[in-house]
Design a protein. Sequence first.
Length: 596
Amino acid sequence: MMGKEKIRVYELARMLNMPAKEMLSILKDLGIDVKTHMSVLDKETAKIVEDTLTEQETEAKKEETSTEAVETDTAEEKAEEVVEETEVTKEIEETYGESRPPVVTVMGHVDHGKTTLLDTIRNTNIASREAGGITQHIGASVIEVNGKEIVFLDTPGHEAFTKMRARGAQATDIVILVVAADDGVMPQTIEAINHAKAANIPIVVAINKIDKPNANIDRVKQQLSEQGLIPEEWGGETICVPISAKNGTGIDELLEMLLLQAEIVELKADPNRKAEGIVIESRLDKGKGPVATLLVKNGTLRKGDVVVIGNSSWGRIRAMFDDKGKMTKEVPPSKPAEITGIDSVPQPGSTFRVVENEKIAKQIVEEYQLQQKMAASRPHRQLTIEDLYAQMSGEKKEIRIILKADVHGSLEAIEDSLLKLSTEDATIKIIHKGVGRITENDVMLASASKAIVIGFNIRPESSATKLADRERVTIKLYRVIYEMLEDLQNFIEGMKPKEEMEVLIGTAEIRKVFRIPKIGKVAGCYVTDGKIIRDKKARVVRDGKIIYESKINSLRRFKNDAKEVASGYECGIMVEKFSDYKEGDIIEVYDIQEST
């Protein structure tokens, strides 16, 4: 059978011409202890499996011959039944579709080699392309490996990945997580892991920069294990491939592992239906007008098709170009195409679908625009925990949380306490946690995962607050752990959370600190947002952390007392019983109101 003393499950499956998933099932039926397709079998075990399968095949052929002999006399009577069975089989095949190439996104920490890896994969594969190579980038590259194709999305990073998810589009089938062997798992690595896990997408780890003198592959594997990604050689299910994107080392093995992972998840699509998919890039071209790169997820896209994109853009496809820049007439599932002929530039991450004709397309867009106008005229509010809870399906509800805190000690204590709140009817699931301010990334992940953001002793970035309002993401901020736990406990038990909500009135930045005789220190401020009102509640925020809470004790414009100072003006502020002002501190003024 083979010269090797040991063989992996997937290698044996290939030798015996069967899917790795089927081989795993057969091994388990034979009582052989295997965990994944990467599990190692010794030579004797592999021989037993091969002999058993050969025997089964021989028996099956004998039985088939015997059955044919018995049924010869009644063949004509059963002809109609066979036709019916064939039609049923055809219907089942159409339901499950045909195999399609995997779509891969590269993620990882900044400077760990995401872009270099993509460039290396494209350049090493250039021989399989037509003469002239790549004439243009359209947001995705199609790579051929051992006669099979892999589609790489050219925009690396979890931000783009999650923005697509937030708009209801799941473009990616497999994530390559790039981790530098000399640097190890970093904050953005952990973010990428959590974004991929939240999307329930398999991860293949590329341990990059193994050519560096201080590379430590085992240390990286240990750090990955701490994040729940246990390498196969350590008894887990995560494929880890050591590579050097710069030198091209390990790239072939990485591509082979991607094909294996795609085989395991059994990606399918029906090429015979009308196309639907996702916008991965868009732009306004001076000569062509609005241009969009579409990734077909199902069906076949054809020149002349009428498409509706994101319910706000539509058109008849005038021209299509593949990833090599060549004009094409048809695009099958998993393939990208740049199209022209649409009426406006759609947003990346929008979904598209082919419709019957232009009349239907116009109708869909007009109805959507009318709904948008009506929605804009209604009072805007964030999704509450109750809204999210109501959206959840299934007997057991899952409350998803993104948790941010000021220090690691608080983060761990809060995480332990929150997880203990889970009951038989409702589970708390922390899909991402971290130290520091609440960022736009946190909000996008919450939007995509239908989660709430909880902050302890920290503040959100102003851009994150605005994004949360647009995306209808709930941000709950606490300074006392028991209040946070009480809120969630009350909710889980079917009680309403506290009928109070914080309303931010205004923020001011301390530009200079003055010492005035007999009065003390005064913060010279510039009002950056909203307005500052005397006697209202206030907090002092330094580097995103709340360092003091009280109220505005004194407010002055030049030498005069002021009741309030609006955005864009300077003022002097004194916070009651506080004097440790520093330039760059933020003073936030807020009110507590009853929620409706």
